[in-house]
Design a protein around this ligand. Structure first.
Ligand SMILES: C[S@@+](CC[C@H](N)C(=O)[O-])C[C@H]1O[C@@H](n2cnc3c(N)ncnc32)[C@H](O)[C@@H]1O
Length: 377
């Protein structure tokens, strides 16, 4: 059975992943969380009221264990924030004990400790390190925690460049901490994020915040999808599911100007990018933008079309389970006769997965690498 009780220096806590799944096989925290909590237990003194900032907590293990310090927690993940609220409540801690910030807005105060769980995307780490300069004092202790395999040389270089001299801890259970001492003479460059690229065959400069899938150029799978997006009057209510920078919904809206678009992604940066891109390009069509977990907030039988380039991972966890949940939810959210269009690598076998939920599954087009599949009730 998966362990759900986290025993650390700060106490014993119940920590679950979100959304809660029956037969969950993965634990909601890792050895890097435990190591970081052990390490700060020796440093944090409650009586001196240290101001603590947590960045990129996975499912709230750090926020729950450190809740006595009333920390701020910054995350780009809707799921991580939902998990943090859920786990605070589960441990009978007032939810507003932890001040949650989405990644686009950092708190405006100085911190004594900044604890960063190494993110999967280096660009996101770089963007955060540049933006948190105003939160540093000469005495701020900045610690990055991660599994050794996630702490590449670039993580070290960024810490040294944007904060100051770094010192490694020894590795424990394949986890490591990097301490950085603030260098008051550091020279921090202008933030390169968001980055923009010209969307081919259009005049659109596409905005990509740092944590966006394929943020430097158009993904080749997405490019293939854009060529074959459907066009028909029957598509009135349409979802761009896992929208990233929103180019799929944007090009669809150009071809189908009467459709109402719903952009959803679990990344706050993705939703912000999609909104900026849509509003700059499409001035006539209707659209709404929401951070959320797949289609959880959509009513049953409400949509005519769902467009999806499914994620291969959620934060650091790889797996097809998120795609499967998206397919299962799509089945419920689509009206009778509604369609789910999915693009995927051939080897992912989405065709077989979709057949678990839909009676009609048809390959619309394929090339050497990708397939576009239509599934309907
Ligand atoms: C392969 S990318 C596709 C992005 C964009 N649609 C494109 O084609 O360029 C998958 C997207 O799914 C999002 N995602 C991952 N898990 C999600 C979830 N549970 N709910 C909503 N979006 C999710 C990721 O943040 C990512 O933007």
């Amino acid at each position: 059975m998966t362990e759900t009780t986290m025993q650390v220096a700060q106490g014993r806590f119940q920590i679950l992943r979100f959304p809660i799944e029956k037969n969950e096989k993965l634990q909601a925290w890792d050895a890097a969380d435990e190591y970081l909590l052990q390490n700060v237990a020796e440093k944090l003194d409650l009586d001196s009221h240290p101001n603590v900032l947590i960045i990129n907590d996975s499912f709230g293990a750090l926020a729950v264990a450190l809740s006595e310090y009333k920390p701020c927690a910054v995350s780009d993940s809707f799921i991580s924030q939902a998990a943090t609220r859920q786990n605070l409540a589960l441990n009978k801690i007032e939810v507003d004990t932890v001040r949650l910030f989405d990644s686009l807005v950092l708190p405006q105060e100085k911190f004594d400790f900044i604890l960063i769980k190494a993110p999967k995307t280096l660009a996101f780490l770089e963007d955060i390190l540049i933006r948190l300069q105003a939160n540093l004092t000469a005495n701020t202790q900045v610690i990055v925690a991660g599994m050794v395999k996630n702490l590449s040389a670039s993580v070290w270089q960024m810490m040294a460049r944007y904060i100051g001299v770094t010192t490694p801890s020894k590795a424990v259970k394949k986890a490591r901490l990097i301490y950085a001492q603030v260098d008051m003479d550091r020279v921090v460059p202008v933030n390169p994020y968001p980055v923009y690229y010209l969307l081919e065959n259009t005049t659109y400069q596409i905005c990509n915040h740092a944590n966006i899938f394929s943020h430097r150029s158009l993904d080749i799978g997405t490019r293939f999808f854009l060529e074959y997006l459907p066009q028909a009057e029957k598509y009135q209510q349409v979802v761009d599911l896992g929208c990233g920078n929103g180019v799929v919904g944007l090009i669809f809206a150009e071809k189908n100007p009467n459709a109402q678009l719903h952009f959803v992604d679990e990344s706050f940066m993705a939703v912000a990018s999609a909104e900026e891109n849509f509003k700059q390009a499409v001035t006539t069509a209707n659209a709404c933008f929401q951070a959320g977990d797949a289609l959880t907030d959509f009513a049953d039988n409400s949509m005519d079309l769902i467009l999806c380039n499914p994620p291969f991972h959620q934060q650091n966890t790889i797996g097809g389970h998120i795609a499967l949940r998206m397919f299962e939810q799509s089945k419920k959210v689509l009206r009778q006769g509604g369609e789910l269009w999915v693009i995927g690598n051939r080897h992912l076998g989405y065709h077989v997965s979709l057949k678990k939920f839909f009676s009609k599954v048809e390959v619309m087009v394929s090339n050497a690498k990708f397939v576009i599949i239509k599934a309907a009730n």
